[in-house]
Design a binder for this molecule. Structure first.
Ligand code: SF4
Length: 601
């Protein structure tokens, strides 16, 4: 490969992956930052000549693999046909676009402008993917132009089936050696009886540290009131008189469910209480009646017939999800999530047992910069070969882990004022260049407001702009500092001197009332802290810390304001998961180090 550098750990990983694929066995690789794990699995996958799937954590990572790493494999003379496949809602639906053309305008000027822009883009786009758009369409606009899998009547029935973008992507995927999907789509593939992806012999899960939680949600279901109301909105234009009482019943069930869900917010209750159950039973009765009307009626004229099939698909899917709440299986947890638009969620607490049949058919390779201690257990991969490859970067010389032990306990009332003071001094020493991560919105706002008043360099605060704009401004202006919460703990990759100081306000322990964590704690009994809370916290802490050093030249400081990292009995478990940085509890030493690295650069 042009300009390639030799990395022993990358070769070691590639050989281990090749071995796992040739003599099929599960492999888990913890590949520290800088190992180059993408190429270390792409090359053996390409050489194996077996149909493969790569599962990434996000859609952005899917595109990055296809556009950056796959061409590098090609450039090395290794043929590799790769295709990206996303969920159907990510593609423009030509049927809906055609319907829109015959509908009156939405009546909202901004949305009308967006619709016109998308219609003109539709004439030239090859892939029809939402991410190609130069702007972010409003949810209302995009949902009027995209089709969920349960709503789509099927390419064989749709007059646009032959030129459908989602169907085209599926066809391309069947021709590829490697299909790149995101974890949500892979979960949907598993929960729908493995119907969404082409058959494959091996699967690589990148960023696998989150896999148990992602799979738990993907193998679960959720019901929201907007989902019920959207169904009523789809069914009404069919103008079927016998459906009217059932649509009215659907509305009433939606209203009752809304009241029941709002009443449960913050209660920490799990399961289905009598009031929620009553609303769900009414919902089921309305859906049964509506489905009967849709199935018993004579074919509808013109395009309405296709719409009837769409609505029927949505009803069947909603009833299937509803059955999980009305007759929950052992191991499923039911809880309410969200405050503004609460959802009733049913998800398996542990997924290892559910994945057993998958592991008997495909060879899994799991990799991440941080592999939690309990990952293989939680995924039911007890016989996996586990390989740990440290980062090739010189953390001891280039970075410092600082715990200001002179501060009060993080749980004390004076803590945030003290953090703001310490943080402002550090930002001044670093001339900005700071990513300050917080475990709560409240702490972010309080510390952010205080720091802003006393530092001379600009401070960006999450929520003031979109994530993309914040990251762009932070990366392009070295003097800027960015204050953000958990959404920025992972997946932020800002190499270079722009990020010289990374701070973490508190050890990221899970909330005591998190229903899923609480259920796992109950299953673990007296060892819950050691087997549930500590592995999760150490993984999140390592992910946060991992934002600092992104290449061999990077230098900087990680400051953790929570003194428990220097004093608690469990600190060694957390420190063991962090890169081998030099450590300090001296404010003066850290300020000197920051001044040195920022003046050197
Ligand atoms: S096949 Fe489905 S997604 Fe494709 S154009 Fe037709 S309705 Fe839309």
């Amino acid at each position: 490969m042009p300009n390639a550098e030799l990395r022993e750990s990358q070769i070691e990983m590639a050989l281990a992956v090749a071995d796992a694929l040739a003599e099929p066995h599960p492999l888990v690789v913890e590949a520290g930052t800088g190992v180059g794990k993408s190429l270390a699995y792409l090359v053996p996958l390409a050489l194996s000549k077996k149909p493969s799937v790569i599962v990434t954590a996000t859609k952005a990572l899917q595109d990055q693999l296809l556009n950056k790493e796959v061409p590098q494999v090609y450039a090395a003379g290794i043929p590799l046909r790769a295709a990206v496949l996303k969920g159907r809602l990510n593609y423009l639906c030509k049927k809906k676009l055609n319907d829109q053309a015959s509908h009156p305008p939405l009546g909202i000027t901004g949305d009308e402008v967006q619709l016109r822009k998308i219609a003109s883009w539709a004439e030239t786009t090859v892939a029809g993917e939402r991410d190609e758009l130069q702007f972010d369409p409003s949810p209302q606009v995009w949902s009027s132009l995209s089709m969920s899998a349960d709503e789509c009547p099927g390419a064989d029935k749709c007059p646009f089936g032959d030129i459908c973008f989602a169907e085209r992507a599926k066809r391309e995927a069947t021709k590829a050696d490697v299909v790149i999907v995101n974890a949500a789509l892979y979960g949907a593939h598993l929960s729908t009886g493995r119907t969404l992806l082409p058959p494959h012999d091996q699967v690589v899960f990148d960023e696998a540290h989150e896999l148990p939680d992602i799979m738990s949600r993907a193998l679960g279901v959720e019901i929201t009131v907007p989902r019920i109301r959207a169904l009523a909105g789809l069914a009404r234009p069919l103008s079927l008189p016998p459906s009217v009482p059932f649509l009215e019943a659907l509305h009433r069930a939606g209203d009752d469910l809304e009241a029941a869900l709002f009443a449960r917010i913050g209660s920490g209750d799990v399961g289905v209480d009598p009031v929620t159950n009553e609303a769900l039973v009414s919902l089921e009765e309305a859906l049964v009646g509506l489905q009967r009307v849709l199935e018993d009626c004579a074919p509808l004229p013109g395009p309405l017939e296709l719409d009837r099939l769409s609505v029927r698909g949505v009803v069947v899917h909603l009833r299937s999800d509803l059955s999980r709440f009305l007759a929950p299986t052992r191991g499923d947890l039911i809880f309410v999530e969200g405050q503004v638009r609460p959802a009733l969620v049913c998800a398996p607490v542990e997924v290892g047992g559910l994945l057993q049949s998958l592991w008997s058919e495909v060879t899994p390779v799991l990799t991440s910069a941080t592999i939690p201690d309990d990952l293989t257990y939680r995924l039911g991969l007890v016989d996996a070969v586990v390989l740990e490859l440290p980062s090739p970067f010189d953390y001891a010389s280039n970075s410092l882990l600082y715990v200001p032990t002179h501060l009060d306990d993080r749980r004390s009332s004076t803590s945030e004022e003290q953090i703001a003071h310490e943080l402002a001094t550090l930002i001044n020493a670093a001339h900005g260049r700071t990513l300050a991560l917080f475990t709560s919105r409240r702490a972010l706002e309080e510390v952010g407001a205080r720091v802003r008043k006393v530092v001379a360099t600009p401070v960006l605060i999450q929520g003031e702009h979109s994530r993309a704009v914040l990251l762009d401004e932070f990366a392009s202006n070295e003097q800027t500092s960015l204050f953000a919460t958990m959404g920025f703990w992972q997946g932020v990759d800002i190499p270079g001197r722009t990020l010289s100081l990374l701070t973490i306000d508190r050890l990221p322990f899970g909330r005591p009332d998190d229903p899923m964590l609480q259920a796992r704690r109950e299953l673990a009994g007296s060892s819950a802290f050691a087997t549930v809370d500590l592995p999760r916290t150490s993984m999140l802490l390592a992910q946060g810390v991992g934002r600092l050093i992104r290449n061999a030249q990077d230098r900087g400081v990680v400051c953790v304001f929570d003194t428990r990292l220097a004093t608690a009995g469990y600190r060694k478990t957390l420190l063991k998961r962090l890169p081998p940085m030099s450590r300090s509890t001296s404010h003066d030493e850290v300020v000197k180090f920051l001044k040195k690295i920022t003046s050197d650069s």
